[in-house]
Design a binder for this molecule. Structure first.
Ligand SMILES: NC(=O)c1ccc[n+]([C@@H]2O[C@H](COP(=O)([O-])OP(=O)(O)OC[C@H]3O[C@@H](n4cnc5c(N)ncnc54)[C@H](O)[C@@H]3O)[C@@H](O)[C@H]2O)c1
Length: 437
């Protein structure tokens, strides 16, 4: 099939590459002309494992191309995917300006009956809103809601082996169902992953899934805080609780608070949707409040527990800047909140991340020092804070760290070192809700 993906970010580029990989002719479109130029020159603007290889293979085989000519690309497409950003407005609602713009462009340039697929995360009612925008187009446009569930860092595998493919369309829309079924057929060969539903349910499913996951994280972060007060260990509590099959082990890890471009904004947008309809989603509101507060934990620990309320002139090393491993995405990363707090307290920050330093450099310039070697970050440091659990940080040379640091203080924001006997090696160890060893 001939399809285009409008919005070539984390979701759009991965979706476009994967649809090309499964035999379609795909054009990825973006209003960011510089990004399209980079892609045309063979440069991949984001880090996602396996993506560069998949993109270059499909470009070479002429199934994947890049363009900033939205109108021309729409005119030759049978299916148009929308993967533009839907960032939060100041009131927490999702900003749909980009979605509206794309819908206008589709209505103005369509040359045949097409399916218009909303892959961006959009609030309930957006499918209906887009239908209103395109209703007077010259050709029929079937508007389908197909929220994306890929996880950065594992995006290709998630796309190629999805847990489910949610398709929100009218029950009697055989045209749209047929197109969606054919498009996703290659990734559903081993088992039927489709869940067809009405568009509103599809739109809401995405927000509820993200909020449910965020809620588990916030709850366990609160439990971790309680563990510290009562002398319990959140690791053990997690193991005990997660072994209940009704609960399961995933998303129960205490940490520095959730970040990324999805959970924070989607939780708040769901609360906003509730307000619009007179429903107070109290658990979702609390999830966000707890997270905002908890994201200050690492800075609070440093200042209050370890430096007697004064961080001035202290050199703090940070390992990990991305909001999670295997991505370069720093949007809403807990590392940013930590950096802000440290700088405002007069501390000096030296940081390392295997992939995400460019994003942080763009934000902080020379206000912090970014180094290419993780150990270099620890040189002369008064503390080392682990924020993102990249594999390369999981079993470091602690003796070397000890010799490099001015003061042997490890603050482990992901609890990955708690079993290493660090106190015996002369470190002061502090985790999130763990006793360490
Ligand atoms: N990143 C994720 O892990 C993830 C996962 C699932 C769903 N989502 C959702 O998918 C959507 C996209 O997220 P993302 O992380 O890929 O965003 P992103 O910011 O990485 O990419 C969005 C792209 O859209 C482009 N764009 C904006 N307006 C445009 C327009 N009018 N025409 C053409 N291009 C335009 C931007 O230039 C940008 O390149 C959001 O709604 C997000 O909530 C994201």
């Amino acid at each position: 099939m001939k399809l285009c993906v409008i919005g070539t970010g984390y979701v759009g580029l991965v979706s476009g590459a994967c649809f090309a990989e499964t035999g379609n002719d795909v054009v990825c479109v973006d209003i960011d002309a510089a990004k399209i130029e980079r892609l045309r020159a063979g440069e991949i603007p984001i880090f996602e494992p396996g993506l560069a290889e998949m993109v270059s293979r499909n470009v070479a085989e002429k199934r994947l191309a890049f363009s900033s000519e939205v109108a021309a690309v729409i005119a030759v497409s049978e299916v148009v995917f929308v993967a533009v950003g839907t960032p939060p407005r100041s009131d927490g609602a999702a900003d749909l300006q980009a979605v509206d713009k794309v819908a206008d462009a589709v209505a103005a340039n369509v040359t045949r009956e097409i399916v218009l697929v909303m892959k961006s995360t959009v609030p309930v009612g957006t499918n209906a809103r887009v239908r209103r925008i395109v209703k007077d187009a010259a050709h029929p446009i079937h508007v389908v809601s197909n929220p994306e569930f890929l996880k950065e860092g594992n995006a290709l595998d998630d796309f190629m082996r999805p847990d489910r493919i949610i398709v929100g369309c009218d029950a009697d829309d055989a045209f749209a169902r047929d197109v969606m079924t054919r498009l996703y057929h290659p990734v559903t060969l081993s088992s039927d992953r489709f869940i067809f539903m009405d568009p509103s349910s599809a739109e809401l499913t995405k927000y509820v899934a993200n909020t449910m996951l965020a809620m588990r994280i916030s709850f366990m972060n609160e439990v971790a805080t309680l563990c510290e007060k009562v002398g319990a260990d959140v690791h053990l509590v997690r193991k005990g609780v997660g072994s209940d099959e009704r609960i399961g082990h995933k998303f129960l890890h205490a940490g520095p608070g959730y970040g990324g471009s999805c959970f924070p904004k989607d939780v708040v947008a769901l609360v906003h949707t509730g307000h619009e309809h007179g429903v107070e989603l109290e658990l979702a509101s609390a999830t966000d409040r707890v997270n905002l507060r908890h994201k200050g934990t690492l800075a609070r620990k440093l200042k209050q527990v370890h430096f007697e309320g004064d961080l001035r002139g202290k050199r703090i090393a940070i390992w990990g800047l991305a909001f999670k491993p295997r991505t370069d995405d720093v949007r809403e990363s807990p590392a940013l909140q930590l950096i802000e707090a440290l700088l405002s307290e007069g501390a000096e920050v030296r940081a390392h991340d295997p992939e995400a330093m460019a994003g942080v450099r763009a934000l902080y310039g020379d206000r912090i020092t970014l180094v290419e070697d993780a150990y270099e970050a620890a040189e002369g440091a008064d503390a080392l804070v682990l924020v993102t659990e990249w594999r390369q940080y999981q079993n470091p040379d602690f003796a070397r760290l000890r010799s490099l640091m001015k003061r042997p203080l490890l603050v482990d924001g992901r609890n990955i070192w708690s079993g290493y006997g660090l106190r015996k090696q002369g470190f002061t160890y502090d985790g999130i809700g763990v006793r360490g060893s």
